[in-house]
Design a protein around this ligand. Structure first.
Ligand code: UD1
Length: 342
């Protein structure tokens, strides 16, 4: 089966390309390199021994996308390409709504036109906001989003559901990711944050590498065992495998209007401090950090219940926090030892 992977050179997209290939699919990468680099394709080739077809196309370019669909005749789409910086989305909401919603509308329209039946969407646990009870299940109510970014994920889920229910020839799954971290164990691909990393683990690896002087831990006075926020950190290769399982499920379902959502997490919450100490232990180094005021908009505590994806998609996270943090550090070291990826 030939699968279009939008944002296929990005962090989660590139790892998913590897897993699709390993599972016997033919991934086709489409990326505008807004937040990724063409050099990622070399990493993919080193891991898989394969040069994947690549289109440098923006998903806002309907005609350009239409030409790719016409040429390739896809069997499925996994849609990663989106803006994802929470803070930036607060400053530039229209840019986020225009891009994240517009690209989805283009892709769904083209799936209808070219009769591509299988669609997997990159959603986020951000749709749960600050949950009233933990762990969160798929039936935990969604909350009003705390950022335009989060709102785009929620609206996109609704758009896909409504489209599928309209008897469109498309069946779909939205995967609600918890916090993806780590890198491919080969250290050939990983996260490539542009500028100052906003997320915890890339910031940690850059502090460990001496690129940044100190990690600010945002808040140590939360109502949690050690006072820092709690998240469900999932290894990016585990997350990538969930996409393969989602495609399998959609492809074999008999239901005409199949749409479902799945949490993709480990089921375990870890605090920011636990991440720091585990990183130090597993990589045998010390991190320079200090406690700073809370970051506005942060959820205090969230982790998944992953029973639904375990039983219905036969997927379960396999890697530990320690493995994730070891892989993240190996990747950072590789980045420092070689010419920058361009
Ligand atoms: C956020 C979004 C998530 C999105 C992800 C991608 C929410 C609730 N979550 O995740 O949907 O997919 O960004 O960008 O909108 N931290 C520090 N110091 C740092 C960086 C982070 O202490 O330098 C702390 C944060 O305060 C937080 C935790 O680490 O408590 C995780 O932060 P981060 O990695 O940014 O992820 P989320 O905010 O959980």
């Amino acid at each position: 089966m030939k699968i279009l992977v939008t944002g296929g050179a990005g962090f989660i997209g590139s790892h998913t390309v590897v897993e699709l290939h390993d599972a016997g699919y033919q991934p086709v990468v489409l990326d505008n390199f807004y937040n990724s680099k063409p050099g990622v394709m070399d990493g993919l080739e080193k891991i898989t021994g394969k040069k994947f077809p690549l289109y440098q196309t923006d998903c806002n370019d309907f005609d350009g996308l239409d030409a790719v669909f016409a040429k390739e005749q896809f069997d499925g789409v996994i849609h990663f390409a989106a803006y994802k910086a929470v803070g930036e989305s607060v400053e530039q909401p229209l840019m986020y709504y225009q891009n994240n919603l517009g690209t989805l509308l283009n892709l769904l329209e083209l799936c209808r036109k070219h009769r591509v039946r299988n669609f997997v969407f990159s959603s986020s646990c951000t749709v749960y906001g600050e949950p009233d009870s933990l762990p969160v299940t798929e039936s935990t109510p969604r909350k009003p989003a705390t950022s335009p970014y989060g709102n785009t994920k929620s609206i996109c889920e609704d758009i896909i559901r409504d489209f599928v229910l309209s008897k469109a020839p498309v069946r779909a799954i939205s995967l609600r990711y918890f916090n993806p971290i780590g890198a491919h164990p080969s250290a050939e691909i990983g996260e490539l944050p542009l500028g100052v990393p906003g997320n915890l683990v890339p910031y940690i690896t850059q502090v460990a590498a001496g690129i940044r002087g100190k990690l600010s831990v945002f808040g140590n006075d939360y109502d949690t065992p050690d006072g820092t926020c709690i998240r469900d950190f999932i290894h990016v290769t585990d997350l990538a495998k969930a996409h393969v399982k989602a495609l399998e499920k959609i492809n074999k379902t008999d239901e005409a209007s199949y749409y479902d959502v799945f949490n993709v997490g480990t089921g375990q919450g870890h605090s920011v401090l636990e991440v720091i100490t585990t990183f130090e232990q597993v990589n045998h180094l010390r991190l320079n950090y200090s406690f700073e005021p809370r970051r506005p908009g942060d959820v205090i505590k969230i982790y998944a219940q992953s029973d639904k994806i375990n039983s219905e998609l036969n997927w379960k996270a396999e890697k530990t926090l320690a493995e994730s943090l070891s892989d993240a550090w190996r990747w950072q070291q590789k980045l420092m030892s070689e010419a920058p990826i361009s």
